[in-house]
Design a protein. Structure first.
Ligand SMILES: [Zn+2]
Length: 342
C-alpha cells in the first residue's frame, strides 16, 4: 500500500483504547464520485498494535473535501480553497457574498466545505475573481442588505482591486503601442520603456516648487528635455519614451494613456471653454524608481525651464535642431541630443 507517515505522537489510540505512539499517514485512495473515478490522498491514523488504519471525525470531513477537490480539479472547477481565496481577496464574509450574488445564505459555506458547486455557479465565482468592476456593481445593488460598515469595507477593497486592474490593463496597452519601436535605439533613447520611471518623472516634476503652472503641454516638453539631456550626458534616456513632433513640440507616444496611469498626480480643471490637465504633488514624497543621477538631470531641466510659461517653452522647443529636422508627426530621433540647447 502507498502510505506516507506525516506525523507521530503519543496519544490515546481510539482503535485499541491504549495510549501509545499513533501515526498520522496519507494514503492514496480511489473513489467514484458523480460517476467519475477519482484518485486522492486521504489522511488516516494508524494503530501499530492492531495494525489498523482508522479515521477520526475531523479526518473524515477533510478526506471528504480532498475527494471533492480532486473531482473539482479534474472537472476544471474551483476547489474549496480557491473559493475561499476569492472571498479573502475581496475581504467578504461567506454570508455577505451570498447576499451579493443573490444565493441562499449558506451556499458559499457549503461550497467551501462538502458541496461541489454546479457549473453555472462556478462560472459566476470565476467571473467575480477576475472582474472587480462587476463586484462593485453587485455591491451597489446589495447596499440595502448589508451593514454600512461592511459595505464601506468591501467598497474600499474592491475599488483598490479595480484600480490595480485598470492600471495593469492601461500599462499593457501602452507597452503594446511601444512594441514597434523596440529595436530602434535612437527612437527610445537606448533605454527600454519603464512606466515606473515615467510615473516617477511626472511625480518629480509635479512635486517641484520651482516649476510654475505645470499643465500637460509643459509637462510633455519637460519630459522630452529630461530624456534628451540624459541621453546627451549619459548615452541613454531616463524613461524609454518615444517622442513625436507635434505642432506644440515633442509629445510622447501614448500621452493620453500615460497621464491616466495610477499614481500620476493629474487633475482635470475647467479653464474657460475647455478642460486642462494640471499636475501637482504635495507633501513628503519619495521617488523609488529614480536614481540619484536621474534626479540630477531632472533638477537641471527644472532649473533651466521650470519657470518658463507654456508659450515660451513651445518657442524654445521650436528652436531645437531635433524639432526643426523632424517632419511633422514623425518620431524625434535622439541623435540630435548632442545639439540640445540646454
Ligand atoms: Zn492502538
Amino acid at each position: 500500500m502507498d502510505l506516507k507517515i506525516i506525523k507521530s505522537e503519543k496519544r490515546l489510540c481510539t482503535c485499541c483504547m491504549e495510549e501509545h505512539e499513533v501515526q498520522t499517514v496519507l494514503v492514496k485512495e480511489e473513489a467514484t464520485f458523480k460517476n467519475k473515478k477519482i484518485t486522492y490522498e486521504a489522511s488516516y491514523l494508524y494503530c501499530n498494535i492492531a495494525k489498523e488504519l482508522y479515521m477520526d471525525e475531523q479526518q473524515m470531513q477533510e478526506n471528504d473535501i480532498h475527494l471533492k477537490d480532486a473531482y473539482r480539479k479534474s472537472e476544471g472547477l474551483l476547489t474549496s480553497s480557491d473559493i475561499c481565496a476569492i472571498r479573502a481577496k475581496f475581504g467578504i464574509s461567506q454570508s455577505d457574498l451570498c447576499i451579493l450574488l443573490g444565493w441562499g445564505r449558506k451556499t458559499i459555506t457549503r461550497y467551501e466545505s462538502h458541496q461541489v458547486q454546479d457549473k453555472a455557479h462556478d462560472t459566476i465565482l470565476k467571473k467575480i475573481d477576475q472582474d472587480p468592476e462587476w463586484f462593485l456593481l453587485l455591491l451597489n445593488d446589495s447596499r440595502e442588505n448589508l451593514s454600512p460598515g461592511s459595505f464601506q469595507k468591501y467598497l474600499n477593497t474592491a475599488a483598490a482591486l479595480y484600480e490595480e486592474d485598470r492600471d495593469a490593463y492601461l500599462r499593457k496597452s501602452i507597452e503594446a503601442d511601444y512594441a514597434r519601436f523596440q529595436r530602434n535605439q535612437l527612437f527610445h533613447g537606448n533605454t527600454n520603456l519603464s512606466l515606473d520611471k515615467v510615473v516617477d518623472v511626472i511625480r518629480y516634476f509635479a512635486a517641484s516648487t520651482k516649476i510654475t503652472a505645470l499643465y500637460k503641454v509643459k509637462l510633455m516638453k519637460l519630459m522630452w528635455y529630461a530624456d534628451t539631456l540624459s541621453y546627451k550626458l549619459r548615452g541613454f534616456a531616463i524613461t524609454g519614451l518615444v517622442y513625436q513632433a507635434l505642432p506644440m513640440g515633442a509629445v510622447p507616444i501614448g500621452h493620453n494613456s500615460i497621464i491616466n496611469l495610477k499614481d500620476v498626480p493629474c487633475e482635470e480643471v475647467d479653464i474657460g471653454e475647455t478642460n486642462a490637465y494640471h499636475f501637482s504633488l504635495k507633501g513628503v514624497t519619495t521617488f523609488s524608481f529614480l536614481t540619484a543621477d536621474d534626479k540630477n538631470i531632472l533638477d537641471a531641466v527644472i532649473e533651466k525651464l521650470g519657470k518658463m510659461n507654456k508659450n515660451e517653452l513651445i518657442d524654445f522647443m521650436h528652436k531645437e535642431q531635433a524639432y526643426i529636422e523632424t517632419a511633422p508627426r514623425e518620431v524625434i530621433s535622439f541623435k540630435y541630443a548632442e545639439n540640445l540647447q540646454i
